[in-house]
Design a protein around this ligand. Sequence first.
Ligand code: DGJ
Length: 744
Amino acid sequence: MNVRKRMNLFLGVLVLAGSLCAQTVLVSTPKTSLVLSAPQGGKLKYMYYGSKLTEADLRNFDVVNGQTRALGTIDVAYPEYGLSCPTETALAVKHADGNMTLQLEVIKSFTQKEGNATLTVIELKDKVYPFFVNVCYKAYQDADVIESWTEISHQEKKPVMLNQFASAYLPIRRGDVWLSHLYGSWANEGQLSQEPLTPGMKVIKNKDGVRNSHTSHAEVMFSLDGKPQENTGNVIGAALCYSGNYKLRIDTHDDEYHHFFAGINEENSSYSLKKDELFSTPALALTYSNEGLSGSSRNFHRWARLHKLAHGTTPRKILLNSWEGVYFDINQKGMDQMMADIASMGGELFVMDDGWFGDKYPRKNDSSSLGDWVVDKNKLPDGIEGLLRDAKKHNIKFGIWIEPEMANTVSELYEKHPDWVIKAPEREPVLGRGGTQVVLDLANPAVQDFIFGVVDNLMTSYPEIDYIKWDANMSIVNHGSNYLTKDNQSHMYIEFHRGFEKVCQRIRAKYPDLTIQACASGGGRANYGVLPYFDEFWVSDNTDALQRVYMQWGTSYFFPAIAMASHISAAPNHQTFRTIPLKYRIDVAMSGRLGMEIQPQNMTDEEKALCKTAISEYKTIRPIVQLGDIYRLKSPYDKQGVASLMYVTPEKDKAVFYWWKMEHFVNQHLPVVKMSGLCPDKLYKVHELNRIDNVPLSFEGKVFSGSYLMANGLEIPYNHRVDYHKQNDYSSRVLYLEEVNRKE
Ligand code: DGJ
């Protein structure tokens, strides 16, 4: 619902705390406050964002000449370009008459309840032109997150060109502020970078068009008190909820603040806004924690589970995906065998990956067939019915892979609709994967109908399909939409993502219970723009357990374990060719949404038995991992030879502790990892899961107080006590902690 419509639901004038003056707006979550100054006819100014203010603190927020009484200078909350703006701005336009300036003033503000949140809107208008901006804040009352975005409109006679349109701006007081953010590449997603903010401009951006989280991510954290710490210190987290190109800017020049801007990347995307059209920018989700980076992550995870992730509070099924097991070599018998194997190990779902479709052009490799979503009858003579029949026989669910936004030039779809693909006029298209891949033009409603139809046809024909893996393996590398007018070609990226969102909304409206994974050549779609429609994402095409420790560590900064698909795969690993023992591969996969991606036929009985035990143990800890609070303890990036994290239930009665050795030397000295997040007064019994040692750990079955475990930790042996021929250079532990009552 846009703000104009919402005005009909207008409930109150200003958000006022008893002690605030009439022009002060207070936006609150359970543990945080954001304060703005919004005098009618004056500038909207930012005054405070941080931990919850008391009544006494709030009294200091009266504004005198651009200064609060006690808190120093304050800044414009949504800086616009044109007048006194020698620095970075959030909004820059060209009016219908060519004027390049804006001068926004507060008209009024109001607040209203929206479910479990409070929506605050501050309406701004240009002093001269009929140009309007609503600055919106949605403050969740059951999670410490405030979403901030803008709604831009005008009533000028001709279109206004939006050249810059950030979602939000936040000034961050200088000091020893450090930035944590994720970067990477295909098969190396979610790498953590931590650096102090220094004078100059830091820009984090994406221009892929489709997959916006392979390389840099649209989420960041700011540690305000020096070098980032996991469990102490004040941290601001920010996540842009957008699936397309984005730009985050942090500008540090000659004043007291780091100036942080986040929004859609405007490069090659200036937007011609028609009279009365409403342009909504995607939300920037902000969180604040005084419990370090992990505290900020916990806030994001809770908000994600409750509000942002499809079925965020429903534990996920344990699955086998066929990709690394058989790649394109799909056939009826092979699928049946994989289903039998995962069922016998206790799995609950089988997902048939790429390679099952194509009639005139059967999908034998990645160079054809995308767009032709009909079963390849040569590979699967009994069709999807046959696969569903087999899944039922094995008492598991069935899922299927599609890549519906794409086509190959070798496909019946392309032969019928060459005009549906994104392509520059007068030029040959640059092609993608397999030398023939192209991206469909989602700006076109006919293409949107087609993509919706891909899912709809599958689901109406085979309602028993439980899970869809939705892949997207190409960037937008051509600029040109056949659907958009010549004047609006710069809207292509934005319209692609509007189209994508519309399709997702239609799918979710009709199939609310379907589980859908967002995959994009691995982790290309780990963002809060897509997650409202998806249950999880594929973290990376790289399933190497050692490298996954790094990738999953970084990804966990912003995304909860329930959303992070993490699979046990073969050794040697297919991406790194590293040989890692199964125990370690299991222990890493078990720290996310557990699955398998392997040909079970190639596993020994002993390996299958280990996986069977792990799956059964995972079922016990699944609610703790998937719904609990994360405490990251020892970072793999600190290169201390060990990485460790744990999940704790909100009641603090159960926890799972993970410990992975990251390198191996004789006589090395690893740190003892101290636990976190437990209740100091509770007693916990320790039990090792997935044990392979011949003898139990010295503390197996013993009871420790939370305070002991958090102050001292447990001495974990560096190696496994296994027979000589089973010794290797890897070592990992998963410990299950359960509260016992004092008499036990
Ligand atoms: C890329 C994905 O990331 C893989 O998991 C797999 O589904 C392939 N595409 C299939 O082509």
